[in-house]
Design a binder for this molecule. Sequence first.
Ligand SMILES: [Zn+2]
Length: 148
Amino acid sequence: MREQTLICCHDDVGHMDAKKTLHNLKLRYWWPNMRKDCKAYVRSCHKCQIVNRRTANAYGLLQQLPIPSTPWEIVSADHIVCLPQTRNGNTNMLVQIDHATHYVIATPSASLAAHTVTDALYHNIILRYGPPSMYLSDRGTAFTARHT
Ligand SMILES: [Zn+2]
C-alpha cells in the first residue's frame, strides 16, 4: 500500500525530488516515518538515478571583461595539449595572452602541473611587466591546484 502511494506521488507525477514528493504525500496521507520512506524511495528510484540531475548551484551570468588600461593588466592563459613531442620532451604549450595588445607568450612544457603555470607566470610576465591585476583561465587543474 505504501509503495503504491509512493509510486502515485513520485513516479506518476514526473519523478519530483524527495521534498516535492513528500509534499504531495502529505496532502493526502500520513504514516509513521513517512519522510524517511519517501527519501529512501526517491533515492532508490532507478529512473531518477539514470537521469543526470543537476544538484549544484545554477550557473552565473556571463559578464563582459573590463577593458584594460595598460598592457599586461589582464592576461588570459590556457594549455594546448597533445602536440608533437619536441627534442626536450615537451608535448604541451602554455599560452598567455595580454588583453591590451594581444601579445602572446607561448611556453612549452612536458607536464600540465601547477608549477609550469606559476613558473611561466612569474618568469614571463611578473618579472618582465609586473603582476597582472587579472589572470583568466578555464579553471583547469593546472590553474586551480595548490603549488607547493
Ligand atoms: Zn524517480
